[in-house]
Design a protein around this ligand. Sequence first.
Ligand code: F6R
Length: 607
Amino acid sequence: MCGIIGIVGRDGVSELLLEGLKRLEYRGYDSAGIATLVDGAIERRRAEGKLINLERRLAEAPLAGSIGIGHTRWATHGGPTEGNAHPHATDRVAVVHNGIIENYQALTAELTRKGHVFVTETDTEVVAHLITDYLQQGKAPVEACRLAFHRLEGAFALAILFAGEENLMVGTRRGTPLAVGYGDGAMYLASDAFAMAPLTNRLAYLEDGDWVVLTRNSAEIRAADDTPVERKIHVSNVSAALIGKAGHRHFMLKEIFEQPQVIGDTINAFVSASTGTIALPDLPFDPAKVPRLTIVACGTAYYVAMVAKYWFEQVARLPVEVDIGSEFRYRDTPFEKGGVAVFVSQSGETLDTLEALRHAKRAGQHIVSIVNVPESTIARESDRVLYTLAGPEIGVASTKAFTTQLTVMACLVLAFARARGTISHEREAELALALREVPARAAEVLRHDDAIQALASMVAESRDALYLGRGTAYPIALEGALKLKEISYIHAEGYAAGEMKHGPISLIDDGVPVIALAPSDALFEKVVSNIQEVAARSGRVLLISDADGVARLGGKVRWSIELPKVDPFVAPILHSLPVQLLAYHTAVAKGTDVDQPRNLAKSVTVE
Ligand code: F6R
């Protein structure tokens, strides 16, 4: 989703802005631009497509200046053209924006009547004109912004530059994130800590509705009601090195191979070193008394919620409802008193999930979140945060965040089961051990990389693919299909294996690879029947199972990948890895942009 960077600094600001935009690329974008002040006048360079185009534009026509704003745009209102690229500007004001100005049409009509001329299809341009209008009425820049902010509706983060003001920048956030960076003789505004990583690690995250006035040496923050406020300055541990590719061809591959390490780090944070049992931070409620759990997330994180439903119901005997963020809050679901709502999000900024959280909070639910990005909005608005220690995830397709989310969820399930008395000490110890062994088993799974790469060339030639699973393998089938479609653009669907005969089996022919996820668990024999139904109709099946499963079914399928035998409880974590690798290698074989697939954004901050 759109990325913002602003710098009030020293000469040569356009190079720093461009570098900052490169660190924001991972969020997903389709055009980019920067604006600086040159002899007090606003100058812009913008380009369609990737940053290389903007870089070329800047090489042809360099931009001087010591103050400037930059933007990567993920198109919402208006196509990804140069004309619609940010910054948007009048002769007095330049603006970069992440989010949506919901009342832009009414404001545009009002300002058009006053003589303002609009030249783009965006909702953002109205912000530049609105502030300009207040300047034309004789207001000073800060006051003009204050008045304008009170008139804007929607979710937005903004950074604003003024002609003739070499030492002034104004920013604000409502709904979407914006952080202030404190440098030495320079101040920064950015969408996230990555953008500022080599510039400063001292950051204050603006709260919802905050706005800030920056000079080279100061940041004055005001709350939504315009009263001055202090926001805590954090020392970020995001370093530029952490967001390199470490010799891998793509971030996604690096992140897939980091999984043994980061799953291990995450387990260590939630397992007592002395007893080997789960030791979560105190929860602000008694799990034994929780009547019902609601788990909400979007996309890949939602499949974690689906796995968790099986786990909580089977192991902790707790009824669980799961939903996607964009549906949940409009469903008007009745909440039970004392209920707990869990929100799962890598970025901690997904607006659909965040709004669902606020909805559940208003309904008096205890809020727990599983989040990867510290200090993100979802983390800050939760009663308890359980962090995944995946480290920065840059590839748009989520991989290590997914498996660490599953890991945290497994720990939460065991903590609930213990508190509710639904698990024996022996079984708890067995499952905790199975979890602690996941990093080593995951490393074994990754050794199938070459074999999976070879299979990917076959998948790359297909137009469609199907993924099947039962029980906790069903959400992994959905995740496998999502991974494949989002980065290789091959149409893929995941199904509960037992559902095939109720309709989708008519899709089977020898051109459709069927990836069957079948750990040898209690449902295995049922899956065997489902796979045989597919094989009998010329379906080309790739079986992903353990030694027992491959021994039982290997002869009946076209290909198989043998995973280590583990307790079925942790099998979904391990089965995630081959489907990630299959999607990755298929995308590479097709030559798509693996880390920044078309149309996608990493952190989705619009509804
Ligand atoms: C897919 C993917 C997305 C995200 C979804 C939620 O690979 O990454 O489906 O899982 O947009 O994002 P977060 O977890 O940041 O809330």
